[in-house]
Design a protein around this ligand. Structure first.
Ligand SMILES: Nc1ncnc2c1ncn2[C@@H]1O[C@H](COP(=O)(O)OP(=O)(O)OP(=O)(O)O)[C@@H](O)[C@H]1O
Ligand SMILES: [Mg+2]
Length: 473
């Protein structure tokens, strides 16, 4: 059941224009226009609400941490490491200074051992050795700080090596009695609280991210459920009562949706019952008129009246059929390929010349009797106007397209929307015995739209009319 029934009525009952896409607009184009973001920024940003909410939570956090880290490194960390480097170089300088005033070898050994015990710097003295030329300075911050500290404190030639050594670096100084090597472990030069700070920041961000993810996922879940319910309702499927949860706005939207669903269903039911009632009640006076005409004899005027009454009866019966509709039918998972084969077989038995090409299996949730009726109406039209009918089904990402082609005269583009209106027939003769009442396409489109799809009329490559029935997944 869909609004197409309402559309067949006078304008007073027509829905506001904003609810439905204009008839000439392709439904898919309409849908894409709504879903696909425009502008490159929107295309780069996450598209789901979950992704966006997470971004809103995470972006300021990351920004704040980046600023904090930058300030920390640039000020605090630089100051601390400068102080550490100066301390180490000072210790080494003190040992060198003391060595200058010692004569005996035993005293030198004792001093170096004592200095190591007190400062954790390991000293070795290579007697009579020469210091190789200094290596070009590396680019690390630590090295440049060390060099800076050395410049003011050690006047002898020196060089720094072992910067990639895992245990620590070496400071080699050329003394008069040989080369003094001071092995400095890394922990004397680095402040490990720096890493603690960074780890703490990263860790706390991860914890926050995890908490935000859990909460956001719950919020988005109910929104997704609501979107799925709305989608299913639009496709004429059964929408059960779902648990309303999440933020108050989402709850309100869900409750409003449920109420809307109930109102629409009630309205459709009422309208259907009313139309069926009117059509049914019209049959009684029609039958009385027919009886009265029989009594009047064979006058040409009476014959004309008889023909008119017969046409009216035909129309009323057709309308009754239409109004009864398939409202009570429940959507079930159906193999549309089987259904198509069934329709084709029935039509062939009735003498139709027909070619069917469909995928081996095509499962969809539809009202099978309604879809059958829709297909039968399309094929019956093609049969009535053409010699051969081609039915082609093609499943795509968006759903299933069933094409009914014929090699008849077709319909002029200007008339292609008009024929969907109730009781519109293009045949010159209004004699009901030569054709239908003009409800076939109206009913077919009603069924298609009731499933969230549509029917469009196009020019067939076989020369006649192509009716394209689209059913979304
Ligand atoms: N395949 C076709 N080729 C040419 N004209 C068509 C074709 N299908 C429909 N038409 C035209 O569109 C009009 C409306 O079709 P519709 O199916 O609604 O009514 P009908 O076939 O006349 O009657 P009913 O289907 O109710 O028995 C038809 O009267 C016919 O003029
Ligand atoms: Mg028809």
């Amino acid at each position: 059941m869909s609004s197409s029934r309402i559309e067949a009525e006078p304008a007073a009952a027509a829905p506001p224009a904003s609810i439905e896409p204009p008839d000439e607009a392709d439904a898919e184009v309409w849908r894409r226009r709504e879903i696909e973001p425009r502008g490159w920024i929107k295309r780069v940003l996450p598209r789901t609400m979950f992704g966006r909410s997470l971004l809103i939570v995470i972006m300021p956090l990351l920004l704040l941490q980046a600023i904090a880290t930058w300030i920390f490194y640039d000020r605090h960390w630089a100051a601390i490491s400068w102080r550490l480097s100066s301390g180490v170089v000072g210790d080494v300088a003190l040992v060198i200074e003391t060595l200058d005033h010692i004569g005996s070898e035993a005293a030198v050994t004792r001093l170096l051992a004592r200095a190591e015990g007190l400062t954790d710097i390991h000293y070795t003295l290579a007697r009579d050795a020469r210091l190789p030329p200094p290596a070009p300075p590396g680019g690390t911050r630590l090295e440049s700080q060390l060099r800076q500290a050395m410049l003011g404190r050690i006047s002898e030639p020196w060089r720094i090596t072992g910067l990639d050594n895992p245990d620590g670096l070496r400071i080699e100084v050329q003394l008069k009695r040989g080369v003094l090597t001071a092995s400095v472990p890394w922990n004397l030069l680095y402040s490990y609280t720096t890493y603690m700070f960074v780890m703490w920041m990263v860790g706390s961000s991860l914890v926050l991210l995890a908490i935000a993810t859990v909460f956001l996922r719950n919020q988005v879940k109910s929104l997704r459920r609501l979107a799925a319910a709305a989608d299913n309702f639009g496709k004429g499927r059964y929408v059960p009562f779902f648990k309303v949860e999440g933020a108050i706005e989402i709850r309100r939207a869900a409750v409003a949706f449920m109420q809307m669903r109930d109102r629409i269903q009630r309205q459709i039911r009422q309208r259907t019952q009313m139309l069926a009632g009117v059509s049914h009640d019209l049959r009684t006076p029609l039958t009385r008129m027919k009886l009265a005409l029989e009594i009047l004899g064979d006058d040409p005027v009476v014959e004309e009246l008889k023909s008119d009454v017969a046409e009216m009866e035909h129309m009323v019966l057709g309308y009754l059929d239409f109004a009864r509709g398939e409202g009570s039918e429940v959507p079930v998972e159906t193999d549309l390929s089987l259904l198509l084969e069934d329709v084709a077989a029935t039509m062939r038995r009735e003498g139709a010349s027909l070619t069917l090409s469909a995928p081996p299996e095509c499962l969809m949730t539809v009202r099978p009797n309604a879809v059958r009726r829709c297909l039968v109406n399309l094929v019956a039209n093609a049969r009535r106007h053409a010699a051969h009918v081609w039915i082609t089904a093609a499943a795509g990402a968006e759903g299933l397209d069933i094409l009914v082609d014929d090699d008849g005269p077709g319909i002029a583009p200007a008339d292609r929307e008009r024929v969907f209106r109730a009781f519109v027939r293009l045949d010159a003769s209004r004699n009901p015995s030569t054709g239908g009442v003009g409800l076939g396409l109206t009913i077919a489109r009603d069924v298609a739209r009731g499933h969230g799809g549509d029917i469009r009329l196009e020019t067939s490559p076989y020369g006649g009319l192509r009716a394209r029935l689209h059913l979304p997944h």
